[in-house]
Design a protein around this ligand. Structure first.
Ligand code: ZN
Ligand code: ZN
Length: 106
């Protein structure tokens, strides 16, 4: 379900390295594409049945770039990363959940 907290009103690429999402409740999230890549939940990165991460976060290059960002339906985003990975679907509620800002980390 989309609430104000999980409803993006603006999605902006900030150069090739980060993405900014403004949410309807006024919160702004800034993600590096590397961080998004590390949190990919596609079948290749997370075990489908156990939810266990099979992706080793450290193998993601420090200089990873985001080549493309696109909305999927009206509930998710998908990205093309410079390591040729593009199978992840990032639901808005998941994106809000992994917001890396200090307020959300607390
Ligand atoms: Zn993945
Ligand atoms: Zn936040």
């Amino acid at each position: 379900m989309i609430t104000a907290e999980t409803n993006p009103i603006a999605i902006k690429k900030k150069g090739n390295r980060s993405l900014e999402i403004s949410w309807e409740d006024g919160h702004v999230s800034l993600y590096s594409f590397r961080y998004l890549r590390q949190n990919c939940s596609c079948a290749g990165c997370v075990e489908e049945w156990t939810g266990k991460k099979v992706l080793d976060k450290d193998v993601i290059p420090l200089d990873l770039l985001g080549l493309k960002a696109a909305t999927t339906g009206n509930y998710a985003l998908s990205f093309s990363f410079s390591d040729h990975h593009d199978t992840g679907i990032y639901h808005f509620d998941h994106l809000r959940e992994i917001c890396p800002c200090v307020i959300c980390k607390e």
